[in-house]
Design a protein. Sequence first.
Length: 229
Amino acid sequence: MSSRVRLVRRFLTSRLPETGQIVVLSAERSHHLLRVTGIAPGESVELFDGQGDCCRAELVGVDDGLARLRVCERINNPVAPTSMHLMVAQTRAAVLDTVLRMATELGVRAVTVVYADRCVAKGDKRDRWLRIAQSAAAQSGRSDVPTIHAPQPLSVALRSATGRRLICVPGAPVGLREGADVTVLVGPEGGFSDAEVESAVQCGWEPVGLGLTVLRADTAAVAAVVQYR
């Protein structure tokens, strides 16, 4: 990891204008930049738009509590060459938060939370999930933010995915990393039921493993991203 990625202060904004123009941050992000991080006029930060664009900008002033920054130069921040869509069964909030943060750090392009038979929690928390992904993108040096799709029942998710589709099943052989766009499906703490796995196979999903041991749901999700991205 480069020193720039480790040390630079990074903030998300809805748009990035041309070099020399002014960006005004939202109230929430202005508070974080000015009060939490303590950026002073004349200091530089990185701004990114969540779509892949990034720039260096200098704080030039504050109006009504909103930070005003001048764009100094664009930064080339390449994105991962492959596209991974992580589908993960909903778990307890703290576990799912960890999955979202680590998946973002590892370059996942999209995340869909699914409802499986053995899920211990359900509910659409996309606002929270998106905030976690945005924060992890800022921390990790990404200029794009993963798309957080609406939660889906497993039966819908099995039919909606396209391309290479992998369902993680304990005991299945470890698959090959083929370098193509891929959707990976990871189950809840209790795993998928036999009927759910059979439904996935009938829909064209390939059962794959993650090694010899049985992993916790959050560990399995991260291991799947690393193994098959």
